[in-house]
Design a protein around this ligand. Structure first.
Ligand SMILES: NC(=O)c1ccc[n+]([C@@H]2O[C@H](COP(=O)([O-])OP(=O)(O)OC[C@H]3O[C@@H](n4cnc5c(N)ncnc54)[C@H](O)[C@@H]3O)[C@@H](O)[C@H]2O)c1
Ligand SMILES: *[C@@H]1O[C@H](CO)[C@@H](O)[C@H](O)[C@H]1NC(C)=O
Ligand SMILES: *[C@@H]1O[C@H](CO)[C@@H](O)[C@H](O)[C@H]1NC(C)=O
Length: 320
C-alpha cells in the first residue's frame, strides 16, 4: 500500500477548511494546518464539523489527539515532512510570493506545491522561486468538499509529472472530483471565464431594464440552463440541440440567431469601479436590488444550498 500523503494546509478560511474536510473524508492523509488567526483551533472546531456532516464518525478533538490533524505554528512548521503543500491564504500576489519563499525553504524538495488562487498565475507567483517546476494552480470551486471541479493550471516551467500527479490525486479520491487541465495561463482559468461571461450579460440585462428584477434572471437560469447544464455542458447539450445532425446542424440552423445575439453582446462591458476606484453607480443600484430581493446569506441559507447541491450532484452521478 502506498504511504498516505502528508498535506500542509496554509490558510484555513472557507477554502482551506473545506479542503481539510475533503482530505479527511476521502484520504488517509495526515494534515498540518497553519493560519495566523489566533482562534484557529476554535474556528476549526466550529466550522469543520459542519463540513464533515452529521454522519461523520470523527470529531475535531479526535483528529487533533490522534495526530491526523496538527495545528502548526508557522508555514515552516506546517511544511515539515509534507508531501503536498496546499496554499489558500489571502488572494494577493505579495502574500503568495512571500509565502512560497518560506514554503520552498522548508518543504521537502520533492513536495508538490498547490495554489488555490482564483486568478494569480503560477508564473507570477513563482517569480522569486529557485525551482519553478513543482508549483501549479489547483483551483477549486467553493466549497471544494462538495463541488467536484478542480482546475489544474500549470505555469510555463511546471513539470508535466506534477500536473499528472495532481490530476490523478483527485481522480482517485473516490469523491467524484473532476480535474480539468488548463493549458494556457488565461485570467479566470475556464470556470470563471464562463461564469463571468454570463454574469456580464446578467448585469447588462438588469441594467438595461430588459427584466424587472434580478430574480427574473435567476428564474431564467434556474428553470432552464441550470438543470440542463448540471447534466450536460454546452457542447454536449447543443450537440443534441441539432437533432440527429449534431452540433453541426444546430450551428447551421441557428447561425442567424446566434450571430445576431453575439454581435449585440460584443459592445464594451461596463466598468465595475469608476476612475477614483469607487464602485460605479450601477453597482450600488444592482447590489441594493439584490439585497432587497434576497437579504444577506445566513448560515442556514448556506447549509440549505449545500444540501441541495449534494442532491443535484447525486442525481447526475450516473450521467456519462
Ligand atoms: N472563496 C472562494 O469562492 C474561492 C474559490 C476558489 C479559490 N479561492 C482562493 O482561495 C484562497 C482563499 O480564499 P478563501 O475564500 O478561503 O479566503 P478566506 O478569507 O476565507 O481565508 C483566507 C485565510 O488565510 C488566512 N491567512 C491570512 N494571512 C495568512 C498567512 N500569512 N499565512 C497563512 N494564512 C493566512 C486568513 O486568516 C484566512 O483564514 C484565495 O487565494 C482565493 O482566491 C477562493
Ligand atoms: C527542481 O526540483 C526537481 C524536484 O522536484 C528536480 O528534479 C529538479 O532537478 C530541480 N531543478 C532545478 C533547476 O534545481
Ligand atoms: C435544420 O434544418 C433542416 C433543413 O434546413 C431541417 O431538416 C432540420 O430539421 C433542422 N433541424 C433543427 C434542429 O432545427
Amino acid at each position: 500500500m502506498a504511504t498516505p500523503p502528508k498535506i500542509a494546509l496554509i490558510g484555513l478560511g472557507s477554502i482551506g477548511i473545506s479542503f481539510a474536510a475533503l482530505h479527511i473524508q476521502y484520504t488517509d492523509a495526515q494534515l498540518a494546518a497553519f493560519d495566523p488567526r489566533p482562534d484557529l483551533q476554535a474556528h476549526l472546531e466550529s466550522i469543520l464539523p459542519l463540513y464533515l456532516g452529521e454522519n461523520s464518525k470523527v470529531t475535531v478533538s479526535e483528529l487533533l489527539s490522534t495526530g491526523r490533524l496538527r495545528i502548526a505554528s508557522s508555514v515552516e512548521d506546517a511544511c515539515e515532512g509534507a508531501t503536498i503543500v496546499q496554499e489558500q491564504g489571502p488572494e494577493n500576489l505579495e502574500f503568495k510570493q512571500k509565502t512560497l519563499i518560506s514554503i520552498e525553504a522548508s518543504a521537502h524538495p520533492d513536495a508538490h506545491l498547490w495554489s488555490s488562487t482564483s486568478g494569480i498565475p503560477v508564473s507570477a507567483q513563482a517569480a522569486n522561486m529557485k525551482n519553478k517546476t513543482r508549483l501549479l494552480v489547483v483551483h477549486p470551486f467553493n466549497p471544494p468538499h462538495i463541488l467536484p471541479l478542480i482546475e489544474i493550471s500549470p505555469g510555463p516551467e511546471t513539470a508535466p509529472e506534477r500536473v499528472q500527479f495532481a490530476k490523478s490525486f483527485f481522480e482517485k479520491l473516490g469523491s467524484g472530483h473532476r480535474p480539468v487541465v488548463v493549458r494556457k495561463e488565461v485570467p479566470g482559468f475556464v470556470g470563471n471565464r464562463l461564469a463571468f461571461a454570463l454574469l456580464r450579460e446578467a448585469v447588462s440585462l438588469v441594467n438595461e431594464g430588459v427584466v424587472d428584477d434580478v430574480s427574473d434572471i435567476d428564474a431564467v437560469m434556474e428553470a432552464s440552463l441550470g438543470p440542463r447544464w448540471a447534466i450536460q455542458g454546452p457542447f454536449k447539450s447543443y450537440a443534441m440541440g441539432g437533432g440527429t445532425g449534431g452540433l453541426g446542424a444546430f450551428l447551421k440552423n441557428l447561425s442567424g440567431s446566434i450571430q445576431t445575439i453575439w454581435d449585440d453582446q460584443s459592445r464594451q462591458p461596463p466598468n465595475i469601479l469608476d476612475k477614483d476606484g469607487k464602485p460605479a453607480g450601477w453597482v450600488d443600484s444592482l447590489v441594493k436590488k439584490t439585497d432587497v430581493t434576497y437579504g444577506l446569506p445566513t448560515p442556514a441559507v448556506i447549509e440549505d444550498r449545500d444540501a441541495k447541491l449534494r442532491r443535484v450532484l447525486e442525481a447526475r452521478k450516473d450521467t456519462q
